[in-house]
Design a protein around this ligand. Structure first.
Ligand code: SAH
Length: 348
């Protein structure tokens, strides 16, 4: 199983040649794939070429939109099927300045954070760069966009999976998503969210990437963080902050810390003070998130996000409370997929 979006333009020229086709067919395939078309929707290449590539197991984008839920605020939640039958999900959020698509980087996740639905069954597999790109291409088309006038203007790597645990494919995606003949999304419009794989943060900086780095902090001290994020055993808070500072030094881009407020775990005024102290002197912005309730996890959202934010503000930290979007459509990360999978197993 493979897909055209796993290949760059030069490789598609070669593929065209291999199948006895003229070179320009390579570029037609490249365009069609980035336009998010399915084989049936590609009408400008010979049927024989399509037949040969499908016989060789090629999908076009690597993902197929299987289901879609539209919220009253315009947010759209997507469920995609992959060529091997796995399913992943994503969400398109509409803002005044453009539309942001949240993409997945793995099927499942091995981080097993205590509040997150994606890690409940561990890691199933890494997505390929084409499958990550395919999410952007398919949604851009579904939302009425073209390559010249994109409906997806921003991308956040915040869906299921730990992007830095799939370094090779994720960076291949980053290299390809800004192709001028492809989707042309620049690094300035991309955020990568990590649970804090410090070694890979250094690598990302050294490899010359410039995306906005978002670190899922969720606790101001190691004891609390370890109780909800097993990854803190490998990379404690100081190690992660050192890496984030290095990333800032290389890129000049302010780092964003994510902090989901969990009742009785990380939401006390003392913890807000400690978080403010960590942020002091650090080129960062704090994004407070209302916890989405995940039934299998049981953790509850804090009563007040405002009070916590007020402490941070009074200490001079730069902080915003993330707007909750799509609350009426399976808000919590990873939950649409779980419902889909459990319905499927019931019907089997
Ligand atoms: N693995 C990466 C990216 C995927 S998670 C990371 O950890 O950053 C994207 C963001 O959603 C992270 O900040 C994560 O901590 C947060 N998140 C996960 N489950 C959540 C929930 N139930 N409620 C609110 N935020 C959640």
């Amino acid at each position: 199983m493979d897909c055209l979006l796993n290949y760059d333009l030069d490789e598609l020229y070669k593929l065209a040649a291999e199948t006895g086709q003229p070179r320009f067919r390579g570029e037609q395939l490249f365009r069609a794939a980035h336009e998010g078309r399915t084989w049936d929707e590609i009408t400008n290449v010979p049927k024989s070429l399509k037949a040969e590539l499908t016989a060789r197991g090629f999908w076009v984008t690597g993902v197929e939109i299987a289901d879609k839920l539209i919220s009253s605020d315009g947010t759209v939640k997507y469920l995609y099927r992959l060529a091997d039958g796995n399913v992943i999900e994503g969400v398109l959020m509409k803002y005044k300045y453009g539309n942001t698509l949240c993409v997945s980087t793995q099927v499942g996740c091995r981080m097993n954070c205590a509040f997150c639905a994606s890690g409940l069954d561990g890691l199933v597999r890494n997505l390929t760069s084409g499958e990550i790109l395919g999410q952007v291409a398919a949604v851009n088309r579904d939302a009425g966009g073209t390559l010249a006038a994109r409906a997806v203007t921003n991308v956040v790597l915040m869906g299921s999976g730990e992007p830095l645990d799939n370094y090779q494919e994720v960076t291949a995606f980053l290299r390809r998503v800004n192709h001028p003949k492809g989707l042309n999304v620049s690094e300035r419009n991309i955020s990568l969210s990590t649970s804090g794989l410090a070694d890979k943060i250094y690598r990302l900086a050294d490899d010359g990437f410039n995306v906005t780095l978002t670190v899922s902090l969720h606790a101001p001290d190691d004891k609390t963080r370890l109780s909800i994020m097993p990854v803190n055993k490998a990379f404690d808070i100081k190690t992660v902050l050192d890496a984030a500072r290095y990333y800032f030094g290389k890129t000049g881009r302010r780092v964003i810390f994510e902090y989901a407020l969990i009742k009785g775990v990380n939401d006390s005024p003392e913890q807000a003070e400690r978080l403010a102290a960590l942020a002091k002197g650090f080129p960062c912005h704090i994004n407070l998130i209302r916890l989405n309730y995940v039934r299998e996890r049981g953790l509850k959202a804090a009563d007040s996000v405002k009070a916590f934010a007020a402490v941070l503000e009074s200490e001079g930290a730069s902080v915003t409370v993330r707007r909750t979007m799509g609350g009426d459509i399976e808000g919590a990360c990873g939950q649409l997929r779980r419902r889909y999978l459990s319905n499927e197993s019931k019907s089997n």
